[in-house]
Design a protein around this ligand. Structure first.
Ligand code: SF4
Length: 365
């Protein structure tokens, strides 16, 4: 994480952690949706005991959400957590911090310092009067210093707030003040629609300016939806691509087929494809051919009254099809194109590997 690594997308389970079966079911759903990292809360001993089984069964790195209790942090590190979400300033005395850091070092575990505008330290609130970007940055740097003093540098930082302006200003201040990887989030952003909009604006501004190494969209909704929104934010900014990016028009009276219904169905039918690719689904020739030129697969509706449209492959007009059966046909074409792209990617990766091996031999000679 950090540097040139792709920006990772994460979410958090909301099951009872000791219920390993339910928690794993949710983690599987998140993995299928493309989650790179999953956070699991560990408020008690039963949770850290279950964490061991969860880590063993999970295909993605698990972050243990600890908050305060140093013993839970040590247990989580021992259980194989990839990262502890904990603020060292909240653990208690210096020895406890040392013990947690040692456990993290012993088990190759990273940490996340998570500052939240809603739970700033008392002294900072007294100093600044209210939660503000400066107080949040100071809090983050105070926690970071504790880890640095313990010779521990494998950590990332978040400075979340539910207020978009506050969160953005805090992250901007933090990015100026340090080089640690940053975990972005607009916390308690709300329900699916408003939370998505707030997160897109806040994180979008930061990501656009090059700030952020991992993101979590916090929604009062199914965690799987958070992953979808996270990838859509990254896709919109051309920062990362996963799955089919559908370009579609809002439709109007010129549409040659029912654009909205078609796109809804295609979104569902193409969920299983993780290959980054584009599909344009446009109601008529006003914008259809232009959009199709830039996509892997495209469909443009014919004039009103006509029951046919043009299919585009790799940006070129390829053949006409009737509207009936068009969805099945497009799904088939997208699947075929995705397989071709994967073959090309595999060839490129193999060629790169060969080149690297050749360079190694030349260097050894
Ligand atoms: S592309 Fe055609 S159908 Fe779609 S909104 Fe524009 S004019 Fe209407």
């Amino acid at each position: 994480m950090g540097g040139d690594a792709p920006i990772s997308v994460q979410s958090m389970t909301n099951t009872l952690t000791p219920d390993v079966e339910a928690t794993m079911e949710q983690i599987r759903g998140l993995e299928d949706a493309g989650a790179d990292i999953v956070r699991v809360s560990c408020p008690d001993e039963d949770s850290t005991a279950a964490l061991k089984q969860i880590v063993a069964q999970s295909n993605v790195p698990i972050v243990a959400d600890i908050h305060f209790h140093y013993k839970r942090a040590i247990e989580a590190a021992e259980a194989g957590a990839a990262c502890l979400r904990i603020n060292p300033g909240n653990i208690g005395n210096a020895q406890r911090v040392k013990d947690v850091v040692q456990a993290a070092k012993d088990h190759g575990c990273a940490m996340r310092i998570g500052v939240n505008a809603g739970s700033l330290e008392k002294d900072l609130l007294e100093k600044y009067g209210e939660p503000c970007p400066e107080a949040m940055v100071e809090s983050a740097l105070d926690h970071a210093r504790i880890l640095e003093d313990n010779d521990f540098f494998e950590f990332k930082i978040s400075v979340k707030a539910s207020d978009v302006f506050l969160a953005v200003a805090a992250y901007q201040g933090l990015a100026e003040a340090c080089d640690y990887p940053l975990h972005l989030g607009i916390t308690e952003a709300g329900g699916f629609q408003s939370g998505t909009i707030k997160s897109s604006i806040g994180m979008g501004m930061l990501l656009w300016s090059g700030i952020g190494d991992t993101i979590r969209v916090s929604l009062s909704a199914d965690p799987v939806k958070e992953i979808g929104v996270g990838f859509d934010i990254l896709k919109s900014l051309n920062l990362r691509h996963r799955g089919v990016n559908i370009i579609s028009c809002p439709s109007c009276s010129r549409q040659g087929f029912e654009v909205i219904k078609t796109v809804e169905t295609l979104e569902k039918r193409l969920e299983h494809i993780s290959t980054p690719m584009t599909l344009s689904v446009i109601g008529c020739v006003v914008n259809g051919p232009g959009e199709a030129m830039m996509t892997d697969v495209g469909f443009t509706g014919g004039g009103s009254g006509k029951n046919t449209g043009m299919v585009y492959v790799s940006g070129l007009a390829d053949h006409k099809i009737e509207n009936d059966g068009m969805i099945d046909h497009l799904v088939e074409l997208v699947e075929k194109k995705a397989a071709e792209i994967e073959v090309e990617r595999a060839k490129e990766a193999a060629a790169l590997e060969d080149q690297t091996a050749e360079n190694r031999v030349t260097a050894a000679e």
